[in-house]
Write a protein that binds this ligand. Structure first.
Ligand SMILES: [Zn+2]
Length: 326
């Protein structure tokens, strides 16, 4: 069985905050993704997952608590945990720029990997504590904002007892992501004391990598990637999306193309008997310590890549440039 981890980076927008948006409005737009009188955020995502018997992992960023206080976290954590989905830890250190009291002596950085090991331990334990105080069960998994982690992040996670990391995305390795991971790694491994399960993907061209992110892959590419993982008996297939990803980039209206892709993924996952929806707490404890197997990614298809480029051009025209009245 392949565990399908549908992971949702659940976060307020620091750029909307910078532009003067209130906490309340930021939560409404970024977490519940309200547009045109309806929500397309974590509530809608859980409705969809529930309809297909799947589980979501919501990597929630608690750092805005340094600016706004921690009260906003409880309703979000409560909604997710109350419906049987997982809350795990995400971190955007950008928020330190507006912190009333800095937990790291005023030091700032865009990514968690910009900090020393000691500062990372402080920031990650603070984030873990904020989430657990807001009602989350013990945090067992982490993803860095912007995938901006490094090896010290894994050491820090191990030291505070977080079992899994999901900050390795081969599309970001050597850029924002400074973890010394092999881009060809597909299955779980143990790195610096933490189970590392990279973001899944396909080869969209020879030697290329396209991450399994809902806004970046066509429904056909996602289907090909998931079917391939199931056929190979891979332990896990990790998909990435965001709490606000179902909206157009200006967050003013729903993006029908992205919504349709999410629905297509759920439908396909429910149809495949070798795939089951899972959270990190459902993974076998020894998964990262099993002997390595030779695994591969779905092979390139010029037709599939070409179709996605055409569909993306259409969706950009339709949902981003507002050339069609809606
Ligand atoms: Zn993020």
């Amino acid at each position: 069985m392949t565990a399908l981890l549908i992971t949702v980076d659940t976060e307020l927008s620091s750029s909307l905050h910078q532009r003067g948006l209130s906490l309340e409005e930021n939560v409404r737009r970024s977490i519940w993704a309200e547009a045109q009188g309806r929500g397309w955020g974590v509530g809608w995502q859980m409705d969809l997952l529930d309809r297909f018997g799947l589980k979501g992992v919501f990597f929630l960023d608690p750092m805005p608590a340094l600016v706004h206080g921690a009260d906003f976290l409880m309703p979000i954590v409560g909604a997710i945990v109350g419906r049987g989905h997982e809350v795990q830890m995400h971190i955007h250190t950008e928020w330190l720029a507006w912190a009333q009291q800095s937990p790291v002596g005023g030091r700032q950085g865009r990514n968690i990997g910009d900090f020393t090991l000691d500062d990372q331990v402080v920031l990650l334990s603070l984030a873990k504590g904020l989430l657990e105080d807001a009602g989350a069960p013990p945090i067992t998994a982490f993803r860095a904002g912007n995938f901006g982690a490094n090896d010290d992040t894994l050491r820090a996670l191990a030291s505070i007892g977080v079992a899994w990391d999901s900050s390795v995305n081969p599309a970001y390795l050597g850029r924002e992501c400074g973890i010394s991971a092999d881009p060809a790694q597909i299955g779980a491994t143990r790195l610096w004391g933490v189970g590392e399960l990279p973001v899944s993907g396909i080869a969209d061209r020879p030697g290329g990598f396209r991450p399994a992110q809902i806004c970046a892959m066509s429904a056909a590419e996602m289907r090909a990637g998931l079917r391939h993982a199931a056929r190979e008996g891979q332990d896990a297939f990790t998909v990435v999306t965001h709490s606000f990803e179902m909206l157009s980039r200006d967050r003013q209206r729903p993006n029908g193309a992205v919504i349709a892709r999410f629905e297509a993924l759920c439908r396909e996952a429910a149809r495949l008997s070798a795939v089951h929806g899972a959270g990190y707490n459902d993974l076998p404890a020894d998964l990262a310590d099993r002997p390595a197997r030779t695994l591969s990614r779905a092979a390139p298809s010029r037709l599939r890549t070409g179709l996605r480029i055409a569909q993306q051009a259409w969706a950009t025209w339709r949902y981003e440039h507002r050339l069609v009245p809606a």
